[in-house]
Design a protein around this ligand. Structure first.
Ligand code: ADP
Length: 203
C-alpha cells in the first residue's frame, strides 16, 4: 500500500501525462483515472457487457472493442443516458484505482485525476501542472488534431486555472521545454519521498 498519495491535476494539454511519465521513470507508481476508465471497458470486462446490453452492439467497433466516440455521441445530448453510464462505470473505475493504490509498492504514488474539481480525498497532497491558456490550446491542437474552437470548448467545460490553483499544495509551471519540465519533476521527487517517509514514521 502506498502510504502517501500525491494527486495530480491540470487542464487538458497542461502536461499531466508528461509529468506522470517522468515520475514513473523515477520508479513512482502512477494510478491514472483516464487509464482506469479505459481498462474497465476492455473486452471481457463486465462493464462492457452491460453497456452492450443497454445501448446495443452498435457501440462496438469491428474488433469488438468499445467505440468510445460512438458511445460519447449517444450520451452527449442525453443526461439520463449519461447518468446511466456514469452509474455503470464510476464504481468500477473507483474500485480499480483503489486496488491499484493498495498494490503500489513505491514510496508514494501519483494519482492522476483530470476531473479533479476539489482536493481529491484520496490524496495527501495536491500537485497542479499549470500553463497559460494560449500554450494549453496550442499543445492540445497539436496533440489531438482539433481546431482552436474545439480546444477552447473542451477547456470551457473544465475547471478554470485559478480554481485549480486554489487547492494546489505544489505547482509545476509547464511553460518551458520538456527538459525544463523533467527538471521540475525531478526537483519535487525527493520532497515527496521525504513527506512519505515522515508520514510512515507517524504510523
Ligand atoms: P495532459 O495529459 O495534461 O492532457 P500532455 O502531457 O499530454 O497533457 O501534454 C499535452 C501535449 O503537449 C503532449 O503532446 C505533450 O507531448 C506536449 N507537451 C507537454 N509538455 C510540453 C513541453 N514542456 N514542451 C513541449 N511540449 C509539451
Amino acid at each position: 500500500m502506498a502510504n502517501y498519495v500525491v494527486g495530480l491535476a491540470g487542464g487538458i494539454g497542461s502536461g499531466k501525462s508528461a509529468v506522470s511519465d517522468r515520475f514513473n521513470t523515477q520508479g513512482v507508481r502512477i494510478v491514472d483515472a483516464d487509464v482506469a476508465a479505459r481498462t474497465v471497458v476492455e473486452p471481457g470486462e463486465p462493464a462492457l457487457a452491460e453497456i452492450v446490453d443497454h445501448f446495443g452492439r452498435g457501440v462496438l467497433d469491428d474488433a469488438g472493442r468499445l467505440d468510445r466516440r460512438k458511445l460519447r455521441s449517444l450520451v452527449f445530448q442525453d443526461p439520463a443516458e449519461r447518468r446511466w453510464l456514469e452509474r455503470a462505470l464510476h464504481p468500477r473505475i473507483n474500485a480499480l484505482m483503489r486496488d491499484q493504490l493498495a498494490e503500489a509498492r513505491s514510496p508514494y504514488a501519483i494519482l492522476v485525476n483530470p476531473l479533479m474539481r476539489n482536493r481529491d480525498a484520496r490524496a495527501n497532497r495536491i500537485l497542479v501542472v499549470d500553463v497559460s491558456e494560449a500554450v494549453q490550446i496550442e499543445r492540445t491542437m497539436a496533440r489531438d488534431r482539433v481546431d482552436r474552437a474545439q480546444a477552447k470548448a473542451i477547456m470551457a467545460n473544465q475547471l478554470d486555472r485559478e480554481a485549480r490553483l486554489a487547492f494546489a499544495d505544489d505547482v509545476i509551471v509547464n511553460d518551458g521545454s520538456i527538459d525544463d519540465l523533467h527538471a521540475r519533476v525531478d526537483a519535487l521527487h525527493p520532497t515527496y519521498v521525504a513527506l512519505a517517509a515522515a508520514q510512515a514514521a507517524h504510523r
